[in-house]
Design a protein around this ligand. Structure first.
Ligand SMILES: [Zn+2]
Ligand SMILES: [Zn+2]
Length: 349
């Protein structure tokens, strides 16, 4: 099969690899679509901690696929060869305290497709027995567009973030950053019944996109006073929910002063490893009774719920997929994903 293999910084190579064979209790899927996200760009640059020197691995964790082989004794939960699936990428040990608390993404021995083991930028991908046992292969209708389904993975991360701050009907929500993740936050906040969705984003085109995706107001934090604008738009109360979806320390620092009394804040986007210390006035948290939360990645329940939202049509993900490439054009696809003009770029092996 053809596979896009990481060999080191800026060395993603398309090569021939033997087709995977289903292990006893495991499976093999044919990848139909696999989205490229910021994590993959970081992997390609050699800046991802799971990709150490000497790692030769296939990235790709936003995967829609077709089940093509089941190993002997595989318990596939009713799935059959030929079925189409969305794959929840994070595999925990299944029994540690983190896994039992719905945090398989934070399991000390967590594995993930495209992160610690071969992922979806290939024609085929092996699925280990534990992934079947933990129900990571979620069935999808044969007619659903695989490229659109691949966006369920980032949606699951976004859902986890919004669950942490309990976005509910009537909330006034501020999303900082209108990249594909910020846009997913806009879509989800709207679906949750937010009364008003504000977006802070310095790029004009992205601001317009955010409004097209359902935001009420796009604010330019480089040209306007963000705090003044947020309070203007919220009857001088501040935002009930603030979500930071950009890797910028100053945005996290400012988030506290944009929140209403009792406001909930989610640090959704991580910061660069060498710039992850911020300065905040802790008394603002104390005297305004703020709730400051953080979330990272997703677990299988998030994926299941995100998939239901997508399949029910309550969240329309199709507009996010703006570019599709075959595996042969992976270089162009990565350039497009890094270029910032496209929303989601998807490889269709
Ligand atoms: Zn991703
Ligand atoms: Zn565990």
């Amino acid at each position: 099969m053809r596979a896009l293999v990481y060999h080191g910084p800026e060395q993603l190579e398309l090569e021939q690899r033997p087709d995977p064979v289903a292990a006893r209790g495991g499976a093999v899927v044919r990848v139909l679509a696999c989205g490229i996200c910021g994590t993959d760009l970081r992997i390609a640059k050699g800046a991802h901690r799971a990709y150490a020197d000497g790692a030769a691995r296939v990235p790709g964790h936003e995967i829609a696929a077709e089940l093509v082989e089941l190993g002997a004794g595989a318990g596939a939960g009713g799935l059959a060869v030929g079925d189409r699936v969305f794959i929840a990428p994070n595999l925990g040990c299944g029994h540690c305290p983190a896994c039992r608390a719905g945090r398989s993404n934070l399991c000390a021995s967590a594995e993930a497709f495209g992160i610690t083991r071969d992922g979806g930028f290939a024609e085929y991908m092996a699925v280990p027995p534990a992934a079947l046992e933990q129900g990571l292969l979620l069935p999808v209708p044969a007619g659903a567009d695989p490229a659109v389904l691949s966006v369920v993975e980032p949606l699951a991360c976004v859902l986890r973030g919004q669950r942490a701050v309990g976005v509910r009907e009537g909330d006034r929500v501020l999303v900082c950053g209108a990249g594909p993740i910020g846009l997913l936050h806009v879509l989800l906040a709207r679906a949750a019944g937010a009364a008003k969705v504000l977006v802070s984003e310095p790029h004009a085109r992205r601001r317009e996109e955010a409004v097209a995706f359902g935001a009420d107001v796009g604010i330019d934090p480089s040209g306007e006073d963000l705090r003044v604008r947020v309070f203007e738009e919220t009857d001088e109360l501040g935002a009930d929910v603030v979500i930071t979806a950009v890797p910028v320390p100053a945005v996290q620092e400012q988030s506290l002063e944009l929140a209403a009394v009792g406001g909930r804040i989610n640090f959704f986007g991580g910061l660069p490893r060498d710039a992850s210390t911020i300065r905040i006035d802790a008394n603002v948290v104390h005297y305004r009774e703020l709730q400051l939360t953080g979330t990272t990645a997703n677990d299988t329940d998030d994926c299941r719920e995100a998939l239901e939202l997508a399949l029910s049509g309550r969240i329309a993900l199709d507009r996010l997929v703006t570019a599709r490439f075959p595996l042969e054009q992976a270089g162009a696809a990565f350039a497009a994903a890094a270029g910032g003009r496209e929303l989601k770029v998807v490889l269709e092996p």
